[in-house]
Structure formats: C-alpha cells, structure tokens
Write a protein that binds this ligand. Structure first.
Ligand SMILES: C[S@@+](CC[C@H](N)C(=O)[O-])C[C@H]1O[C@@H](n2cnc3c(N)ncnc32)[C@H](O)[C@@H]1O
Length: 302
C-alpha cells in the first residue's frame, strides 16, 4: 500500500479505532459501533451481562455466521468486535462462504455448512475444546438443533452456548412461498423451517424448551431412568426474546425428596411404604433429546 493511501485509511479509521478502544469493556456500546447484530441494543445488553465476568480470560470463542453472505470480502464485524472485547482470547468463525480474507491476528475462519458433522469435527480438532459458542449462522431450525447436538459436548465446563434469532422458530416453511416468487429469489427466511404450531417438536425453541427438563432430571420420579448427556451437563438456561444462553457444568448432584429418580428412603418411610412399587405408578416414556446424534453421547465418546 502506498504511503498516501495508508495515511488516508489510517485517518479514516481513526475515529472508529478510538471509540473501539474507549468502549472496549462494554458490549452495549461495542455492538452498535461494530454495526453487528440486527438489534444491537437488545443483544448488547445481554452479552454484556453474561460475558463481562469472562472478558479478560484466555478463551476460545467460536461464532457460526461471519456475515456478509455471498461476498467473500464482506462481514466479520462481530468477530472483530469479540477480538476487541476479549483481549486475551482466540476468535474462530464459521461460514458457508469462504471468508478467509477476513482473517487477522487472533481471528481464524473455517468454511463449510454448520450442519456438516464431519466439518464441525475437523474444526474442533483444530481449535480444541471451546469456551463460548455463538450460533448466528443459517438460522434454520434443523441446522441449529443439529449444530447444538454436535458442538455442545465440545464446550469446556463453565462454557456458554448462545443461539441468536430463535424467532425463526415461528416462521414456517410454507410450501407455497414459491407461488409468490421464483425459487431462485425465495428469501432466506422462507427456508428457516419454523412452524405456526407453538408445540411443534421440530422447532429450535421447542428443542431448547425440552432441555429445561434436563436441569431437574435428578428429580424425575422415574425408577431406572438413565440420564442423558444434556441432563448431566446443562446447569442453566436463560431464555430471552430471540436469544437463548445455555451454560455447561456438572449437573449430577443429588436431589432433595427424590434421589437417582426414586423417593429417598426417609420419604418412603414417612408415607408408610417400603418401595416405590407399592405406589403402582405408571411411568410415561421420557424422550431422549440427544437421540438425533446418540452415537456422540456414548461413554466411549466423552
Ligand atoms: C446473520 S449473518 C452473520 C452476522 C454476524 N454473526 C454478525 O453478527 O455480524 C449469517 C451468516 O451465516 C452464513 N450462513 C448461512 N448459512 C450457513 C450455513 N449453513 N453454515 C454456515 N454459515 C452459514 C451466511 O453466509 C452469513 O454470512
């Protein structure tokens, strides 16, 4: 670059650089500055609340969806923002489009689809276990659920998994969208695979709602219940409008009245019985939210 154009770029970027330095500890100000996320005020507030205790730690952070869609030179705003906010962390990005041109010191980008299990395995083989994962990629319900099932086990304990734009759960893949425009110009939101049915088990919001039960798996009054990976490793879920934060940790501690899914002996005694069988309860089948990728959750894998 010639000295002239170097100076021009330097002075053009100077106000942004200065503000970025001044606001470097506050995501409420950094999100609007980096023009990142469709609702920077709403998301900035939450990110600041959840990420502030982690800011100076040495972390590995992965964001799915670099931004800029088909243009290989466009996007990367949020990756640069995370790099500013987390001064000691490595920032990784994934996009279906080749965004390698946006790499820099502490920013590395991988290219392929977030629903490709082999690709995600290769990414993690290179990055190692992660501390924060943010899914801001295709926003397709099936992709988001599958990506979570593959990548949640790759978080370190204490890690946080964030899913943005969960409102795509409510935008149906109405087969007839294409009656109104040709398939080639069908907007990407017409392919999210959401549903008008608030209880449709295929939507991401219902998948994450189901995980709320995992938090209390020790308390299920269900003799013989075998806890799944999410039961054992999810310790908190924060739901917000359009966004979910899922915390990883050890969720295997005993319950209060119920332990290992049977009533504690002192409670059996209190109601005057020796075993649960005497209650003659009928136990409903409990579905397994890891089932789509159950081979990943065997003891040999983890
Ligand atoms: C909303 S933008 C990301 C914005 C960025 N995270 C930010 O906050 O500035 C979504 C990105 O996801 C990418 N994308 C779409 N489908 C994808 C898929 N199946 N796998 C990975 N990335 C995908 C798009 O190319 C686009 O760049």
């Amino acid at each position: 670059m010639k000295l002239d154009s170097y100076c021009q770029t330097f002075f053009k970027n100077l106000p942004h650089q200065l503000k970025s330095f001044i606001y470097r500890k506050d995501l409420r100000k950094l999100l609007p500055l980096y023009n990142s996320k469709w609702n920077p005020n709403m998301y900035g507030q939450r990110y600041q609340q959840h990420f502030a205790p982690l800011r100076t730690k040495k972390l590995k952070i992965l964001e799915i969806g670099v931004g800029g869609y088909d243009d290989p030179l466009s996007g990367g705003d949020s990756l640069r923002m995370w790099k500013t906010y987390f001064p000691n962390s490595m920032i990784y990005g994934i996009d279906i489009v080749d965004k390698k041109a946006l790499e820099s010191d502490r920013i590395k980008i991988f290219q392929d689809s977030q629903d490709d299990e082999n690709f995600l395995e290769k990414v993690v083989a290179e990055t190692g276990k992660l501390d924060i994962i943010i899914d801001d990629g295709s926003h397709q319900n099936e992709h988001v659920i599958k990506t979570f099932q593959i990548l949640f086990p790759e978080l370190n304990d204490g890690g946080i998994y964030v899913v943005e734009d969960t409102h795509t759960s409510y935008i149906p893949s109405y087969d007839n969208w294409s009656n109104f425009c040709s398939d080639s110009v069908l907007p990407h939101w017409a392919r999210y695979g959401g549903s008008l049915d608030l209880y449709d088990s295929r939507t991401m919001i219902n998948f994450f709602k189901r995980l709320v039960d995992c938090l209390s798996h020790q308390e299920f009054l269900h003799p013989g219940y075998s806890p799944n990976y999410f039961d054992k490793h999810i310790v908190a879920i924060h739901f917000y409008r359009n966004q979910v934060f899922i915390y990883k940790g050890d969720n295997t501690g005993p319950g209060n009245v119920v332990e290992n899914n049977v009533l504690r002996p002192e409670w059996l005694k209190e109601i005057g019985i020796k075993s649960m069988e005497e209650l003659e309860l009928e136990f409903p089948t409990i579905d397994d939210p890891t089932r789509l990728l159950s081979n990943r959750y065997s003891d040999s894998h983890l």
